[in-house]
Design a protein around this ligand. Sequence first.
Ligand code: UD1
Length: 368
Amino acid sequence: MTKVVHAVGARPNFVKMAPVIKALDERPGFSRSIVHTGQHYDPQLSTEIQNDLGFPAPDRFLGVGSGTHAEQTGRVLIAFEHALIEEAPDLVIVSGDVNSTLGCALAAAKLGIPLAHVEAGLRSFDWTMPEEINRILTDRMSQFLFTHSPEALANLEQEGIEAARVHFVGNTMIDTLRRLAPAARARVAWKAHDVSEHGYLLVTLHRPVNVDDPDRLDALARALAGFAARAPVVFAIHPRTRARLESSGALHKLLETGVRCLQPLGYLDFLSLQGGAGAILTDSGGIQEEASVLGVRCYTLRRSTERPVTVTHGTNVLLGEDLSRIGEIELSGDRTPCMIPLWDGRAGERIASVLAAAYAAEAGRANG
Ligand code: UD1
């Protein structure tokens, strides 16, 4: 029996790992334990998402919580090492690029436990993003690098990572989207916010570069208020963004101009709001991908994207950091869902196939 520890910690990890856990559960020869670091702990960012996904209950909750990058990553490293010593797995699987990803990967690597990274090879080439550091270091430590796009493969080749460790399997986040899109559509979540289908701009913003500097956040709030004079704006506000908007008084101004200021939503309600939007304005990584598959125009408020396939093959428009460009956003009900190679709902199965073949070969060597 090959024992696998699946590590999760923050909202996007659940969405990316659910298909991997399911596909490996269906394979004989694997047992598993799920470890939740507790990086995200609020119900809207953790348990509500898990419920929507039908995510299996984690076996361990490490409760690391929030803090500076060093505090959070360090707490994950220490707590996850304890968990690994008790679990003694043959393989650890991590996903994405959050601080939990790096902390868990480092603990596994230091204990000499093989590591698999789901969503390997993404690069923004912007080292000011904490996620870029997390991705690059996690890839360096991984024995199995599962990529979702050809450019990820090219990035890893350029960094000298041997091709035998890299497997182009597709996008597990899109596996989850394809599985749950009908249930999300049925929610018609926009109705609860008194806006019409295709008639609103959906906004999410949480990157430090956009929300941590009070002057920039204030200018952003003014730009959103300006847009709200043209068309309804539905703003799903991440806790870190809300805290900063509240302390600067900008939240009050947004509410006055009619911007719908929502708490973070569960997976199904948010997917429903994405599908019904006339356009999306975001600095998230995953939303660039989801919007492309849904065929909804996505405007990304960042100077770079680690997901260029969403620009070349999808609906993504990279706005840069210039807030005046928010005025360029057009709402539209046209839908041309983009077919990106291997974003077909079967990435989790491909990952399970690669791992089954690798561990069957290993068992064969051990027996013979
Ligand atoms: C993290 C990831 C980011 C990802 C995002 C998805 C890192 C470096 N960042 O950002 O890549 O896109 O998750 O949501 O790992 N907070 C709460 N409740 C919670 C968790 C956090 O209120 O359950 C607040 C706290 O004030 C905390 C702040 O949000 O200090 C930031 O949380 P943190 O986990 O450090 O990063 P995110 O901004 O959520």
